[in-house]
Design a protein around this ligand. Structure first.
Ligand SMILES: [Ca+2]
Ligand SMILES: [Ca+2]
Ligand SMILES: [Ca+2]
Ligand SMILES: [Ca+2]
Length: 430
């Protein structure tokens, strides 16, 4: 996610970058504070890590194991190298990680993005944004298991709109969240001056209702008993205030029952959530709050009960022992695991002139996938660093696999001999 991050975090990092510029002349190499930490001995091992895409630049946003034991990834691909225009990219692998098919969907010289996935009984739902009638619209399509279009729908609204999260109702209806009316097209991690929504459509994508939520964006939506939750990032009061983790509880009709904020004294970004086996919820993302003991961005896990009351929170970062002042630990996926614990995944690396070396998992400016497993009380069970030590492999999302392992989507250079750098990475660990 390296290239994106520069756009998205630009304003947030401006202050830091002004000071890090001073480091330019003096610190080409730094020895890590403690060069020993590495993948825990009980952490899952890499079974395979494959990169697929096109000759242009790809970014993966979600990945899952499918019912046929294969794997599906969704994201975007740049249309023409050197230009920003993108298309939706979907890639399907078999159970050994071998390429089966890909679909590229979009309008030339316009922004189109794929963001979320859901398997149904006769295919795969793909959500994102597609250009139509002058700007980007919410886009939902159903593909067959072979990747052919069964139906596709766009839901028009003024401005740039996307679907970021999908859940299924008990009757097969489809629940969607995201943002609409944003200024920028393409993919945005954080959309501030937009309108968050929850939408219900039937199995063929026909609109049932479309309701605003009390946040400018929805990140993910999950089914719970008697309704849904939406997790996202929201501002305290207005966009000049710190950003917080934000959890909305909805009834079956999409009405908000409650909404609550979580975090410390600076910014938190929430990108994913899951329903816990105890009826509560887990939220995952990252924080830079000093009151949480964080120096620069670190992972943040927040566990709440069924009413949204916080039970605990934990932060994680610097798995290679490098100086936390320069290391970003950015989490984008979190899952409940069958043992009642949780796993969180993202990337660890730096974006500064700082360049620390000495850890076997590569220099600080090499982004690595970083996964942490905790028990139900938030106690760390293992930490793992994954990817090639010599190229960028930031983790972007995680899914459980039916063998007790995990599939991690990475922003990878693996596969570059066939597809050039920046591919969808599929990292299977167990
Ligand atoms: Ca590529
Ligand atoms: Ca396009
Ligand atoms: Ca629009
Ligand atoms: Ca950090």
């Amino acid at each position: 996610m390296k290239l994106f991050k520069k756009h998205i975090l630009f304003l947030l990092l401006l202050t830091l970058c002004l000071s890090c510029g001073k480091k330019n002349n003096s610190t080409p190499e730094v020895t890590p504070n403690s060069p020993t930490p590495t993948t825990s001995s009980n952490a899952p091992q890499t079974q395979w890590h494959k990169g697929y895409g096109t000759n242009n630049e790809e970014h993966i946003h979600e990945v899952m194991q499918t019912a046929d034991d294969g794997y599906l990834g969704i994201g975007q691909t740049v249309e023409t190298e050197g230009e920003d225009w993108s298309d939706i990219l979907v890639i399907k692998l078999d159970k050994e990680g071998q390429f089966l098919w890909r679909r590229i969907i979009g309008v030339k010289k316009q922004f189109d993005v794929g963001i979320c996935l859901q398997e149904v009984e006769d295919g795969y739902l793909i959500g994102g944004g597609k250009h139509q009638n002058g700007d980007q619209q919410r886009y939902l399509t159903k593909l067959s298991f072979a990747g052919e279009t069964i139906w596709e729908k766009t839901y028009d609204f003024a401005g740039n709109d996307v679907i970021r999260g999908i859940a299924l109702a008990d009757n097969g209806d489809i629940l969607l969240t995201g943002y609409k009316g944003f200024g920028d097209g393409g993919f945005s991690f954080i959309a501030d001056d937009s309108e968050g929504y929850v939408m219900r459509v039937n199995k063929e994508g026909g609109l049932i209702w479309d309701k605003p939520i009390s946040a400018p964006q929805g990140a993910k939506i999950r089914k719970t008993t008697n309704g849904y939750i939406i997790c996202t990032t929201n501002w305290m009061n207005d966009a000049t205030q710190p950003q917080k983790f934000y959890l909305i509880r909805l009834d079956e009709a999409g009405n908000e029952l409650w909404a609550k904020s979580y975090g410390g004294d600076s910014d938190e970004h929430c990108y994913d959530c899951d329903v816990a086996s105890d009826g509560g919820f887990i939220l995952g993302g990252h924080t830079r709050s000093p009151s949480y003991g964080v120096v620069n961005w670190d992972y943040l896990l927040v566990k709440v009960d069924s009413e949204g009351k916080e039970e605990w929170h934990k932060t994680f970062g610097q798995p290679r022992g490098y100086d936390p002042k320069w290391i970003h630990d950015e989490a984008y996926g979190v899952r409940q695991t069958p043992d009642g614990g949780f796993v969180i995944v993202g990337g660890t690396g730096d974006e500064y002139p700082y360049s620390a070396k000495g850890h076997p998992r590569g220099a600080s400016d090499t982004w690595q996938a970083y996964a942490v497993k905790v028990d139900g009380a938030g106690n760390t069970l293992w930490e793992g660093i994954y990817g090639s030590a010599t190229s960028d492999d930031a983790g972007e999302y995680i899914g459980l696999t039916n063998d007790g392992g995990f599939i991690i989507g990475t922003d990878t250079d693996i596969g570059h001999e066939n597809y050039a750098p920046n591919n969808f990475g599929f990292l299977k660990i167990k």
